[in-house]
Design a protein around this ligand. Structure first.
Ligand code: GLC
Ligand code: GLC
Length: 808
């Protein structure tokens, strides 16, 4: 069952009923100012940091869910409603929500009045624009009242929901005609305020929540709206809001648009005031002047569209399978941009308070984003590297506003450092910019202790070698990629964090996954060392990779698949000897991606075991059998009920590792099957089961042991986005940048007999035509008509157009 449809020409998903199984959301903003907006207009916005600079309030865990947003209420002759249906929930004669690239457009119509609300953040702007268009579709004139509504957050989203004894007394606003200034704490240390404005003469306003809603009322029944009369309230403490009232007369067929702006303004400390206690509004006025007319708004929307058109032109496919095309050309890169910007901070499953930017997460997010705007990936790599510690370990997370490592979470996740090598290598392959390796970057943000980025990579690589366990495999630390495999935690206290508690500190628990990751990044690391002229380091790296591979084959092989780990006591994890959790997905994917056991036949066995034991109708589960009881020696993985999250859930992040691994063995058929099971566009038809947005991946789909098998959770902010893009675009469609050229080596199911890919990279354009007989063998290429040896097309000079014919 569907709740809408894709409109590929417009690059939109069109939701056709407000009664979706869950709020389906979108993101506004591309650089610094971001908003989340649901298909009913719910959500919130913030400047850079969802925790520290939140403009509007949102209540997680609310009943009903998704209450609070930027709402527009229409009062039409005693009847009042909201175009997004909620929160008033008056029946609409027409409803539609168009989810676009960094904008959302919601249209509702009732009793001859149509209201359309367009939400977006213009490029280079620290504000949302809300354009509201009212149209009289009836045969009689109408006198309508339009009310805007936002509820301000007192900036620090965590404090805002904790510290009522203070916060209910500090709210302050200024009202200046149609412009409302939210200035709580501006009187003291803050030098920023929020502005909420409209480009028309207002008939009234409200800035005090209770005055607007009336006591005991919720957002679905504001008294001011019901009566068609604002209170002109000026907030003093309690809960400041921003609401404008416009009186709009419409002849039959007439349409009028209004532009609302909700923005963030920062003043230099010396320029905070324009009079005693009066905020300096100069910068706000400059901001508002840019969006006074609908023509200005139209131009900003065109600029945003062009920005996306340009970015998406870096990789396009035409395959004859519209679902594949829309994932690769539109939605997957779009989600990659969102995850790149927001890491795991703010979604409908992440409160924006708990987590900042993850060290491993951001490096992986980069893999799917780097081709869109390489220069931003470069900046990000330098930011991440600056949170690395001098011994090569890494802060697990950092706050986007301060860019400082988060001490509450600390470090000790022993896979973290290696991801910096993957991220940096991906950036250099895309851009050719080796100069980044020579950039000076501090350790732990301490300018006195700085070295080249290459030196950071070196410490990453050697951090693994300096931390090997009894079998010569890497020590796991608090956890590796699987945050929930906590082999030193031994927690028996309810509520204790599995990630930051280490009740035992032995150096015994080892990870086969980190070993696979190490072997996988080693060739890239060695090549970068060579590029720096460090021959002996490159040689050493290759030597250590070979040794690690031998170690995995000796101590990390269980007979039919790769072991997952050794626990604190040296007992096997993920082995046929175990009762539960006999096989785990991560090392099967990563070891084969790294090429381990390919010639020995182990790789094939491991992947066949994945197929036999982990595959389901909805994707590949993380482990089998699920842990049926809590194991103190394994940690959080065994805390989840069977079938959910890391305990035998379909963790979509690592399904693509298995897809890529299948292509290493030339088995494109199976790789494609796996991909279609989790790719959202292919799951659109079962939206009533999947329940989340059919245009973006979710982190998790409940596994076969779960009560609700097939149901997704945690959409949007997940490494799933980047890894699936890498899998489908670089390994199945088979077009990927390498240091010395563009690799063209598809490995795809025969279902797609031919396709074309256009790839723009390093200033040149590559037009690739593929005939796919799915032989499983390396491709045969002709470049500009001439056959070449192998599958690597040397880089062409900027400005060139290269035609590649490929048979496989
Ligand atoms: C979450 C985390 C990620 C981790 C994964 C597996 O998605 O963001 O860092 O690797 O879970 O536990
Ligand atoms: C929980 C989740 C895991 C996530 C971690 C982050 O353990 O299961 O997916 O990575 O929290 O702290």
């Amino acid at each position: 069952m569907r709740f809408g449809h894709f409109d590929d020409a417009a690059r939109e998903y069109v939701i056709s009923t407000p009664r979706t199984p869950y709020p389906w959301i979108n993101y506004l903003g591309t650089e610094e100012f971001f908003g989340l907006v649901s298909h009913t207009g719910g959500g919130y916005c913030f400047y850079r940091d969802a925790r520290l600079r939140r403009l509007t309030r949102y209540r997680y865990n609310n009943v009903p869910t998704d209450v609070g947003g930027r709402y527009f209420y229409v009062h039409d002759d005693g009847d009042f409603w909201t175009p997004g249906w909620a929160p008033v929930k008056r029946e609409l004669d027409f409803y539609e929500c168009r989810v676009g690239l960094s904008y959302t457009k919601i249209t509702g119509e009732r009793k001859g009045l149509r209201a359309e609300v367009l939400y977006f953040v213009p490029l280079g702007t620290t504000a949302e624009v809300h354009r509201v268009t009212l149209k009289n579709t009836s045969k009689a004139p109408k006198s309508v009242k339009l009310f805007s509504f936002v509820e301000f957050c007192l900036w620090d989203a965590s404090d805002d929901q904790n510290n009522y004894q203070r916060n209910l007394s500090i709210g302050e606003v200024e009202v200046d005609g149609g412009t409302i200034y939210h200035k709580t704490e501006y009187r003291e240390r803050r030098n920023h305020y929020a502005v909420h404005s409209v480009n028309a003469k207002v008939a009234g306003f409200d800035t005090d929540r209770e005055s607007f809603l009336g006591p005991w009322n919720g957002f679905g029944e504001p008294q001011a709206v019901a009566e068609g009369r604002s209170r002109n309230s000026v907030a003093s403490g309690w809960s400041p809001i921003g609401s404008h009232q416009l009186a709009v007369d419409l002849a039959p067929g007439e349409e009028r648009s209004f532009v609302f702006v909700l923005g963030y303004v920062e003043n230099p400390v010396e320029e905070k005031w324009e009079g005693p206690g009066v905020v300096n509004k100069a910068r706000a006025r400059q901001l508002l002047a840019r969006f006074q007319t609908t023509a200005q708004v139209d131009a900003a929307l065109v600029a945003l569209r062009d920005y996306w058109t340009e970015m998406l032109s870096k990789y396009t496919v035409k395959s004859g399978d519209e679902r594949l095309d829309r994932m690769v050309n539109i939605w997957n890169p779009y989600q990659c941009m969102v995850t790149f910007n927001l890491s795991r901070s703010a979604s409908y499953f992440e409160t924006g308070i708990g987590r900042g930017m993850g060290f491993r997460d951001s490096n992986q997010d980069l893999l799917g984003f780097v081709h869109l705007v390489p220069s931003r990936a470069r900046e990000r790599i330098l930011d991440i590297a600056a949170t690395q510690k001098p011994d090569g370990s890494a802060y697990h997370q950092y706050q986007p506003l301060t860019k400082r490592g988060n001490n509450d979470i600390g470090s000790g996740f022993n896979d973290d450092p290696l991801w910096l090598i993957s991220g940096t290598a991906a950036y250099i392959k895309e851009s050719g910019d080796l100069s980044v390796l020579k950039e000076t970057v501090p350790f732990d943000n301490d300018p006195k202790d700085a070295a080249t980025l290459f030196e950071h990579l070196k410490r990453s690589f050697h951090h693994v070698l300096n931390n090997l366990g009894p079998h010569g495999l890497p020590l796991i630390g608090r956890a590796d990629w699987n945050d929930c495999l906590n082999l030193n935690c031994f927690s028996e206290t309810p509520g204790e964090s599995f990630q930051t508690t280490g009740n035992r500190t032995g150096r015994t628990a080892e990870s086969v996954f980190i070993a696979g990751l190490f072997v996988h990044v080693a060739p890239d690391y060695a090549a970068l060392a060579e590029a720096m002229g460090l021959e002996s380091e490159a040689k050493a790296a290759r030597f250590h990779a070979v040794r690690m591979e031998e170690t995995v084959l000796k101590h990390g092989w269980d007979g039919e698949w790769f072991l997952r780990a050794y626990d604190f006591f040296g007992k096997k994890v993920g082995s046929k000897e175990c009762e539960d959790g006999q096989i785990l997905i991560e090392p099967q994917g990563y070891c084969v991606m790294a090429g381990i056991g390919v010639k020995e036949g182990h790789a094939k066995k491991a992947l066949d075991s994945v197929k036999a034991r982990l595959d389901t109708a909805h994707g590949i589960v993380l482990n089998q059998p699920p842990y049926s009881a809590y194991h103190v020696e394994l940690g959080e993985i065994s805390s989840y009920p069977p079938g959910y999250k890391e305990n035998a859930g379909i963790f979509c992040h690592n399904n693509p590792w298995v897809m890529i691994a299948e292509t290493v063995l030339g088995r494109g058929e199976r790789a494609f099957e796996y991909w279609k099971k989790i790719a959202p566009a292919y799951r659109e038809e079962i939206s009533e089961v999947h329940r989340l947005e059919p245009y973006v991946y979710a982190q998790m789909i409940a596994g076969k042991d779960a009560v609700r098998h097939g149901e997704a959770k945690n959409s949007w902010l997940t490494g799933t986005a980047a890894w699936n893009f890498v899998a489908i675009s670089q390994h199945l469609l088979g077009v990927r940048p390498e240091l010395l050229g563009l690799r063209v080596n598809p490995c795809l199911s025969a279902e797609i007999p031919s396709f074309t890919v256009t790839r723009r990279c390093r200033g040149a354009e590559y037009r690739i035509r593929v005939k796919n007989a799915a032989t499983g063998q390396p491709a045969r290429l002709r470049v500009d008509g001439k056959p070449i040896e192998g599958t690597l097309v040397p880089w062409a000079p900027a400005g060139a157009t290269v035609t590649i014919d490929c048979e496989v």
